[in-house]
Write a protein that binds this ligand. Structure first.
Ligand code: PEP
Ligand code: MN
Length: 360
């Protein structure tokens, strides 16, 4: 698949004056619930109403979705409000039912994108559809796997495509339910600048207090829109209760978010930007120089350890450095998470340098 302007035709044709918003409950629960939320979202920035009909739960025994009947409720909501409707499809039977009920936007969930077999089955079932198909990132931080799913759909002659960034599962504890790992959607955007990129702050956050900041970051990175879980009574939602927000909160959020222009061209702006970029280039150069000096010192340590027959990894020393640097980082306004990541990488490189010296 190559980047082509046509990839974003479906989005451009919507002629929105704001980011695309897909909103609605995690799960369709009842006809009344779907219709009530749809009416609350009508006349807001939300163009598309979402609701999960079949819910992929991590453990069995949780609410697994209302099934086909929910599609009828979505259709009714579409007829009453004029909104487009969206749901997740996880196998060819879901695809068939969603198409039969004229669902406008079908998305592949994170647990589906991980499996090329299922993605292929879905791509075959969707062959040539003119519906919009969105692909959530896989659960694990794997860009080729994500792109592979998009390519399977593209090869099935599906031209209205887009991707949804919903964060990545991680063994390490973090404040997010799914770590954003922003570098991954940004890499994807660099390779396919015209493929619509939508952020799902709800599944990244896992808790509603983080949603605004995630949306602002996504806008700063030029994302095209959001998919936000929205419910009139979030705390009593049948799934993902902690991360849903009310339609009122969504409306306020869309007012408060700062949408930046993709490219500004005023001369002052450009000259200021160039100055700052030049500054960054100088600092980056210095950073690399310092890192390379640090490795030279590590080589010296490796030699000394070799002469004295001492093992490379000295855990106490490493923990000491780490503790100290996290504190120093904090004083300088750098987050613990960032310092930890950088130092782990530096330590790794230092060890490989020492190993090279020792086996020489
Ligand atoms: C959802 O959108 O409700 C959902 C299950 O999302 P994900 O596939 O991102 O976990
Ligand atoms: Mn959900």
């Amino acid at each position: 698949m190559e980047n082509k302007k046509e990839l974003r035709t479906w989005l451009d044709e919507m002629q929105l004056t704001h980011p695309l918003v897909i909103a609605g409950p995690c799960s369709a629960e009842s006809e009344e619930q779907v219709l009530k939320i749809a009416h609350q979202l009508k006349n807001t920035d939300a163009t598309v109403l979402r609701a999960g009909i079949w819910k992929p739960r991590t453990r069995p025994g949780n609410f697994e979705g209302v099934g086909e009947i929910g599609l009828k409720w979505l259709q009714k909501a579409k007829a009453e409000t004029g909104m487009m409707i969206a749901t997740e499809v996880a196998n060819p039977a879901h695809v068939e039912l969603a198409l039969k009920h004229d669902v406008d936007v079908l998305w592949l969930g994170a647990r589906t994108t991980v499996s090329p077999f299922i993605v292929q089955e879905i791509a075959d079932a969707l062959k040539g559809t003119d519906k919009i198909v969105l692909v959530k990132n896989p659960v694990n931080p794997d860009l080729p796997l994500w792109l592979g799913a998009v390519e399977r759909l593209y090869t099935s002659n599906i031209k209205k495509l887009g991707v949804i960034h919903r964060g990545f599962s991680s063994f390490e504890k973090s404040k997010y339910r799914n770590n954003p790992e922003w570098q991954i959607p940004i890499d994807l955007q660099n390779r396919f600048p015209d493929l619509p990129l939508i952020c799902d702050p709800s599944h990244i956050a896992g808790t509603r207090s983080l949603i605004f900041d995630i949306c602002q970051t996504a806008l700063d990175f030029n994302f095209d829109g959001f998919m936000v879980e929205t419910h009139f009574d979030p705390d009593n939602a049948w799934s993902d209760a902690k991360q849903q927000i009310t339609p009122e909160t969504l409306v306020q959020m869309m007012i408060d978010l700062k949408v930046r222009k993709r490219q500004a061209s005023s001369e002052d702006y450009l000259s200021e930007l160039n100055k700052l970029r030049a500054n960054i280039d100088i600092l980056d150069d210095k950073l690399l120089g310092l890192l390379s000096k640090r490795m030279e010192v590590a080589d010296g340590i490796g030699l000394l350890k070799k002469e004295n027959n001492v093992s490379i990894l000295q855990t106490n020393r490493w923990n000491e450095i780490l503790g100290k640097m996290i504190l120093r980082g904090e004083e300088k306004g750098l987050s613990e998470e960032f310092v930890l990541k950088i130092y782990k990488a530096i330590h790794q490189e230092s060890i490989s340098h020492q190993k090279k010296v020792i086996i020489k």
